[in-house]
Structure formats: C-alpha cells, structure tokens
Write a protein that binds this ligand. Structure first.
Ligand SMILES: [Zn+2]
Length: 61
C-alpha cells in the first residue's frame, strides 16, 4: 500500500509512488498528479500552501 500525498494545486490525492512529479518547498515534499500541476506549483508555491488551513475545496480546472 502506497502512501498518499495531496496535490496542492488541484487538491487530488496522489499516490506517492505513482506521482508524476514532486517538489520540495520549505522542507515539505509535495506530490503532483500531472506535470502541469507541478509546473504551476513551481511557479508560485506560496499560492498553493495555506498553512494551518485545511479542508477548503478550491476547484481548480
Ligand atoms: Zn493535480
């Protein structure tokens, strides 16, 4: 069973082993469902990290 991570860009759950890409930001590793999400994140990581805030559903298309 693989560990799950959350794609911070689209909010999807991503299997860490099967993730297309990952990025490190402030000591945390983030996993992405697609290269597009990784590129978006790398462009502006701070926009996708809401520290101390969970459970909000941003529906990104
Ligand atoms: Zn994604």
């Amino acid at each position: 069973m693989g560990e799950k991570g959350k794609d911070p860009v689209c909010g999807r759950e991503v299997d860490k082993e099967g993730a297309i890409g990952s990025s490190e930001y402030r000591g945390n590793i983030f996993y992405f469902c697609s290269l597009g999400c990784k590129i978006e994140f790398d462009r502006a990581p701070a926009e996708y990290i809401c520290q101390g805030k969970e459970g909000e559903n941003g529906n990104y298309v």
